[in-house]
Design a protein around this ligand. Structure first.
Ligand code: DX5
Ligand code: ZN
Length: 219
């Protein structure tokens, strides 16, 4: 079954711990933590100190999405703060090999993300260093946008290439996913979907997660 990673970007930051515990109890598989630096994306969110404070509040796995320039500078800090998966952007790293190596060295799972306009082939040479690929289905920077349909073709392109290279890579899709379009995302082969507004924007988070998991193909 597809796994759900609610994005904390859409929660009430004054109640961060409670919000995360609530979705953990409601059946979320990961919590997706969007870190923004106001440089790589035109917005800011939170950083490693907030993640470190959140760590003792919950057992859920931390899926940390770094939308920051040259993330290599902060990999160790995010691991120390409690990240389980650390995802960096292809477009943000001047030495991607060294950045991915650093994620492995510190013992986190290694994720690599591409923006909507970046072709999947660009990351084929790096797949052997990845546990996880994050396909952006909106321009990174803001929650609540509409999914860009052409980005979904990249799910299959990554899966096929991983198989060709004999690799087992999880594919996560991020941006604009809701109960109406998750069927299509799942049918294209996604393993994990991020859902910010669709979960934290709902009054009943348990019902929202159940709705997302009750996948209707083409529906
Ligand atoms: C966008 C972030 C997303 C965002 C998703 O830059 O990477 O994770 O929070 O939010 P929704 O699900 O509302 O599009
Ligand atoms: Zn994200």
């Amino acid at each position: 079954m597809i796994k759900i990673a609610p994005s904390a970007l859409a929660c009430d930051f004054a109640r961060l711990g409670e919000e995360v515990r609530e979705v953990e109890k409601a059946g979320a598989d990961y919590i997706h933590l969007d870190v923004m630096d106001g440089m790589f994306v035109p917005n800011m969110s939170f950083g490693n100190p907030v993640i470190a404070s959140l760590r003792p509040a919950t057992d859920i796995k931390f899926d940390v999405h770094l939308m920051i320039e040259e993330p290599i500078r902060y990999i160790e800090e995010f691991k120390k703060a409690g990240a389980d998966i650390i995802t960096v952007h292809y477009e943000a790293c001047s030495d991607l090999d060294a950045t991915l190596d650093k994620i492995h060295e510190c013992g986190a799972l290694c994720g690599l993300s591409i923006k909507p306009k970046t072709p999947a082939e660009k990351i084929f040479p790096y797949l052997e260093k990845c546990d996880w690929v994050l396909i952006m289905s909106v321009e990174p920077g803001f929650g609540g946008q509409s999914l860009i349909p052409y980005t979904l073709d990249k799910i299959n392109e990554i899966k096929k290439e991983a198989e060709k290279q004999g690799l087992n890579i999880l594919v996560e899709v991020d941006g604009g996913i809701n109960a109406k379009n998750i069927g299509e995302v799942a049918a294209k082969g996604a393993d994990i979907v991020v859902a910010g507004s669709a979960v934290f924007g709902a009054k009943d988070r348990k019902a929202a997660i159940a709705d997302l998991k009750n996948i209707r193909v083409n529906g």
